[in-house]
Write a protein that binds this ligand. Structure first.
Ligand SMILES: [Zn+2]
Length: 192
């Protein structure tokens, strides 16, 4: 996809900016390098070029999420990409049941224990949802039983426990400090 640039101003501080447009940023929060304030991408309005003549070519910073499951027993951490996932005990069969396999000797932790979904919200923030993968094995969130087929939203720091396994859910919003040139391949490589 060919990039196109447009002239704009930071909605917070008014600094003139030349921005490389990207569909990937629609609905997302981006950070002005001049004042550091994060604003929705849609607030960076297109200006008629001849009316603005003091633009600075800049690279704005984009939010990204770090989403992980941290095993409090073994100390291991597991990255959780966006999308739907099945979390369960690591096995050495092929293919494994879980696409996020937890390395544990805890036989009470099922090979298909719970579902985890990470998705973009309309507010530009990530949202996370958990549900049981089967009804035989109990899952608890912060000590409370996760009922049957309920789908429950997770927040950073929530504790997921199952049998002898304790997983801390981590979902932190951070600025991507090293934006790269957009090659159309790297999901975090957007330049605007
Ligand atoms: Zn600004």
């Amino acid at each position: 996809m060919a990039d196109s640039t447009f002239k704009s101003k930071c909605p917070a501080c008014g600094t003139g900016l030349t921005i490389t447009a990207s569909d990937k940023l629609v609905g997302k929060l981006v950070k002005c390098p001049a004042c550091g304030v994060a604003s929705p991408y849609g607030k960076f309005k297109r200006l008629i070029p001849k009316k603005v003549d003091d633009h600075t070519q800049v690279t704005l910073q984009q939010y990204k999420y770090v989403v992980r499951l941290h095993d409090e027993v073994t100390g291991k951490s597991y990255d959780v990409p966006k999308g739907k996932h099945l979390v369960g005990r690591m096995t050495y069969q092929e293919p494994p049941k879980a696409d996020i396999p937890i390395v544990t000797g805890d036989r009470g932790f099922s090979r298909a224990h719970f579902n985890l979904e990470i998705m973009d919200g309309r507010d530009g923030l990530n949202h996370a949802y958990i549900s049981n993968a089967n009804n035989k094995n109990v899952t608890k969130i912060n000590g409370a039983l996760l009922p049957g087929t309920d789908v429950v939203s997770l927040r950073n720091g929530d504790i997921i426990s199952a049998a002898q396994t304790t997983l801390r859910f981590e979902m932190k919003r951070v600025f991507d400090e090293s934006p790269k040139v957009d090659t159309g391949e790297d999901p975090f490589g957007t330049r605007i």
